[in-house]
Design a protein around this ligand. Structure first.
Ligand code: SF4
Length: 381
């Protein structure tokens, strides 16, 4: 039987671009949403005809700002998926939402459409920092959004937070995190800011108009994250993700475990039946792909070596690590058969360990994850 899949739908609409953002998303294009939803529904039907009526275990509406959609538009997307795939009765259905775009009525409509997990882009609970990075909402709106979500019946809410913002001190990070952990939520994603080239923030940093926290401050913020999250009952299960028991994000685990997923919408990526491909990021080309009139670009070379490395690169992000039996079954050998030198050296250095059928990074290894991955990559062949 085919393995269950995750479905990602990209909604590339934002009220305004944040200063740090280089995602495929556009401000001022809301007039396109209605037509875009129809195009994505068409694409879902075309991909189901190609890949079959697959069991769908998770759906993720990401962006962009999916909460710019009306309840009816969200329902249209989810109904289209239910019509052409077997969406599991217990499927995890996540929607990303910007606190500046929510109302109680909208949240109820999303719930009624089938959304059962909400991921709120809070980023910070400090108004000065929110303004500095160009978010459209205030800290009060973020707090209110978490409360409205609970009122609307969402028992599975994630808060996205960012550490390392310009002007952010460890104390400000601690205040945000401690307060966020006390809001009604079951999951915290704590990402470190990456200053992407070409963004307004990168220009401001380059010109000296704003300063980022130094390495010592970032290390202190890391330590604060672990401490505050643990104390509030959230366990770290991935480099940047913390959950209350039973609330790990099943959709993101699909990516980290390298299981199949179908991406729908502008610039969405897919990994289906051993083939990785992605959609165009311009409207007209994507519309042609959605109706089957234009092929999609392949991603990667599809070789076994590439797949093996990807399994390690993604799997070692999780605290439990890489499932060794599954690795052996899929690649015909153990991790140590393909990477004998790296496994030997990293184990001797106390960076890598094996337990309960999993190979994982130790706490020390997690701190230097990139260096460990570079060693695996160099031995990859
Ligand atoms: S809301 Fe999200 S996707 Fe939109 S501009 Fe801001 S960071 Fe980017």
């Amino acid at each position: 039987m085919d393995e269950a899949i995750g479905v990602y739908i990209h909604l590339p609409f934002c009220a305004r671009k944040c200063a740090y953002c280089d995602f495929t998303s556009f401000a001022g294009e809301e007039a396109r949403i209605e037509e875009y939803v129809k195009t994505v529904c068409r694409e879902a039907r075309a991909q189901a005809a190609l890949f079959g009526r697959r069991l769908v275990a998770t759906i993720y509406l990401g962006g962009g700002t999916p909460s710019l959609l009306t309840g009816a538009q969200a329902r249209a997307l989810l109904d289209a998926l239910r019509a052409c795939f077997d969406v599991a009765p217990d499927a995890e259905i996540t929607m990303e939402a910007n606190p500046g775009t929510l109302t109680p009525a909208k949240l109820c409509a999303y719930r009624e459409a089938g959304v059962n997990r909400l991921s709120l882009g809070v980023q910070s609970l400090d108004d000065g920092l929110l303004a500095a990075i160009g978010r459209i909402h205030t800290a009060a709106q973020a707090r209110e959004a978490a409360r409205m979500a609970r009122e609307a019946g969402f028992g599975n809410v994630n808060l996205d937070l960012m550490a390392g913002l310009p002007g952010q001190t460890p104390r400000l990070w601690e205040e945000t995190l401690a307060e966020a952990a006390s809001l009604p939520c079951a999951h915290l994603s704590c990402y470190a800011l990456i200053v992407e080239e070409g963004t307004p923030l990168a220009a401001r940093v380059a010109s000296g108009a704003c300063a980022l926290p130094d390495e010592d401050a970032l290390a202190e913020m890391d330590e604060i994250t672990e401490r505050i999250a643990r104390r509030a009952g959230f366990a770290r299960y991935e480099v940047s993700n913390y959950a209350r028991p039973g609330f790990a994000c099943r959709h993101n685990l699909t990516y980290w475990e390298c299981r199949p997923y179908l991406g729908l919408g502008l610039a969405a990526h897919s990994d289906m039946d051993g083939r990785r491909f992605y959609n165009a990021s311009d409207w007209a080309a994507y519309a042609r792909q959605a109706c089957g009139a234009q092929p999609r670009e392949a991603e990667g070379d599809g070789s076994a070596a590439e797949r093996r490395f990807e399994r390690l690169m993604m799997g070692l992000r999780m605290l439990r690590g890489v499932d060794e039996a599954r690795f052996h079954r899929d690649f015909g050998g153990a991790v140590a058969d393909f990477y004998p030198k790296t496994v030997r050296e990293m184990t001797a250095l106390g960076m890598l360990e094996r337990e309960g059928g999993y190979m994982r990074l130790t706490a020390r290894g997690m701190q230097v994850m990139n260096a460990v991955l570079v060693a695996f990559l160099q031995e990859n062949s």
